[in-house]
Design a protein around this ligand. Structure first.
Ligand code: C5P
Length: 220
């Protein structure tokens, strides 16, 4: 069985997808991490996302491998585990830009489809229900208002003890990333016609996860 969860940055997709996968005994596939790993390569090699020909050239030198260690997804870039390097703003911004290029998306499509063909998965991303797994048994489009997503991210950073966190800047960054992901030509972020819309603005993580687990169990 395949479950697709798409939606904008900061809607809670990964936390919820992880929880649902654990409860259902499925594997959790974080596709954003794959785009981020490619971004790490581009940053390390000084390739600009604006130079499509250079990115296309670089893509041929990249191998991405997904492994599961203690149930957690690990991303290997040319043999090195880069999982610990993926979650910075710099990498997120580069991923958002480079993921708009068809050569980058093409590289990851078969990896994602193969994981879903071989396993029961909860896969999260931007184009899973619309493009990667159009026949997924359950599709969720998980969203929340920009204000709520920015506030959650702000709270997360403050809880981590980061200094000088600017809530307005976070909101601007989230809005810019939404725009980039929704307006690109290649596999833009949008709700699949058959996806269930879940707005988590006024819901807790537990409530959303429970709803998705219930829907999945109904379709098993
Ligand atoms: O979800 P995450 O923030 O890790 O994704 C990083 C970036 O990768 C997103 O901003 C988006 O541009 C891109 N992405 C994508 N398609 C996916 C998953 C992520 O384009 N399926």
């Amino acid at each position: 069985m395949n479950i697709a969860i798409d939606g904008p940055a900061g809607a809670g997709k990964s936390t919820i997808a992880k929880r649902a996968a654990k409860e259902l005994g499925f594997i959790y596939v974080d596709t954003g991490a794959m785009y981020r790993a490619i971004a790490v390569y581009l940053i390390d090699n000084g390739v600009s996302a604006g130079d499509e020909a250079k990115v296309a050239e670089a893509i041929d030198d990249i191998s991405i491998e997904i492994r599961y260690e203690d149930g957690a997804q690990q991303v290997y870039l040319n043999g090195d585990n880069v999982t610990g390097r993926l979650r910075t703003e710099e990498v997120g911004n580069m991923a958002s830009k480079s993921s708009a290029l068809p050569c980058v998306r093409e590289k990851l499509l078969s990896i994602q489809r193969e994981l879903a063909a071989k396993n029961d998965v909860v896969m999260d991303g931007r184009d899973i229900g619309t493009n990667i797994l159009p026949n997924a048994e359950l599709k969720i489009y998980l969203t929340a208002s920009v204000e709520v997503r920015a506030q959650r991210r702000y709270d997360e950073l403050v809880a981590k003890g980061e200094a000088g966190v600017d809530r307005d800047k976070i909101e601007q960054d989230i809005a810019a990333r939404d725009k980039q992901d929704m307006e690109r030509k290649a596999a833009p972020l949008k709700r699949a016609d058959d996806a269930i819309l879940v707005d988590s603005s006024d819901m807790g993580i537990e409530e959303v996860a429970a709803q998705i687990i219930r829907l999945a169990n109904e379709r098993k």
